[in-house]
Design a protein around this ligand. Structure first.
Ligand code: ATP
Length: 365
């Protein structure tokens, strides 16, 4: 007996798939992986859904067809595969996610990642279901801030789709572009590579049910911002700045991007980071190292909330390095982040009452 692929497909053409009345070959259900070894043959049948009711009967019918039309001696192995469901255009990307909060800044180094991570931890401490995506392609810092640099990512199957499992720390589900991109090589990543990797962390990850999905965005304006607003309907952004004039000017530029007509992402408010320094031995004194109340003025000018003023304290940096965000400790800085979480919850609720849901920015073809 001499087997060859066309003989197998001829036999499979005699099997009709009840789902659409076409034969298995016509219905493009026979994968291009027919393997022949002596009198053994193996191939895959591909179904749209893992719940397809005809899977078992089609496998049996395929075996019978080969035994009937070729020879009962053929040893047949049929593998079953399922197509990932293509997302329909208007279906929500993350149906279980209620609010998506972008954390952005006009320039680097103002403490955006510190604010994003502590906000996420403080929201989780209030009992909410929280996710955190580190989308800062130029300096992913979450793995270090959460002490998970050496963790490995796992993939599991949900409804026939292979999804990345976020890592859980301090009640927060977490993924970072830093798990995908080598830090030293980040600058070499072409725009589309970074965008695709980021989309994968959003769309192909099992975020499940979340009350708040916090995204640490790259500083300034970039292709990545565009990818994010095209992939997700962002509920609103939190803008982080220091009180310095240069930081404020850049923050204004960043805000203008979100407020562009095409993008139209509401600004939930401003966080003034490194607002003042209080020496531990003189708790009543405040030193305005980077200027006084720059963030307060920015919020006023933009007509948005001042969400919080976070003091400049060495322990924030120490916590960032040790993998345990400062919001998990006791003290005035932790309280400032709890206050921030409450303000963000309020601001999101107000936004949801007063404004229609955000839409993803549609790509023009
Ligand atoms: N309030 C603060 N007090 C003291 N140190 C702070 C404070 N906020 C942030 N830092 C420190 O400043 C540095 C920069 O912070 P962070 O990485 O959060 O900034 P960033 O704006 O996300 O920067 P980039 O955009 O470049 O990633 C870190 O070492 C961090 O620990």
């Amino acid at each position: 007996m001499q087997l060859y692929p066309a003989l197998i497909t001829d036999a499979l053409q005699t099997v009709r798939y009840p789902g659409n009345g076409k034969n298995l070959v016509e219905a493009e259900m026979v994968e291009d992986d027919i393997r022949i070894d002596g009198d053994s043959v193996s191939f895959s049948l591909i179904f749209d859904k893992p719940t397809d009711p005809f899977i078992k009967s089609m496998v049996r019918a395929a075996e019978t067809a080969i035994h009937t039309y070729i020879s009962p001696e053929v040893k047949v192995t049929v593998n079953v595969a399922t197509r990932q469901q293509p997302a329909t255009k208007n279906a929500p990307v993350l149906p279980g996610v209620k609010n998506i909060i972008g954390v952005s800044s006009g320039k680097g180094g103002v403490g955006k990642s510190t604010v994003a991570s502590n906000l996420a931890v403080a929201l989780a401490a209030e009992g909410y279901k929280v996710g955190l995506l580190d989308a800062d392609i130029f300096g992913p810092s979450m793995p270090k801030m959460f002490g998970i640099e050496d963790e490995q990512l796992y993939i599991h199957e949900v409804d026939g789709r292979q999804l990345i499992l976020p890592i859980e720390r301090y009640g927060v589900k977490l993924l970072s572009i830093g798990f995908v991109v080598d830090k030293e090589k980040a600058v070499l990543w072409r725009g589309s590579m970074a965008s695709n990797a980021l989309k994968q962390l959003i769309v192909d990850a099992d975020w499940g049910e979340l009350d708040y999905f916090v995204i640490d965005m790259p500083p300034g304006t970039s292709d990545i911002h565009l990818t994010l607003v095209q992939t997700l309907p962002i509920t609103g952004v939190v803008v982080v700045t220091t009180p310095q004039e240069v930081a404020l000017a850049d923050a204004r530029k960043g805000i203008a991007m979100f407020r562009e007509e095409k993008v139209n992402v509401p600004v939930l408010g401003v966080v003034e980071n490194m607002a003042y320094f209080t020496p531990a031995e003189h708790p009543d004194e405040r030193y305005y190292i980077f200027g006084k109340e720059g963030g307060v003025r920015l919020a006023e000018k933009l007509g948005v909330r001042l969400l919080a003023q976070i003091p400049l304290v060495g322990s924030i940096a120490d916590c960032g390095d040790s993998g345990k965000p400062i919001a998990l400790t006791e003290g005035v800085t932790a309280q400032a982040f709890t206050h921030l979480a409450h303000e963000v919850i309020d601001s999101v609720a107000e936004r949801n009452r007063e404004l229609p849901p955000t839409h993803k920015v549609e790509l023009k073809h």
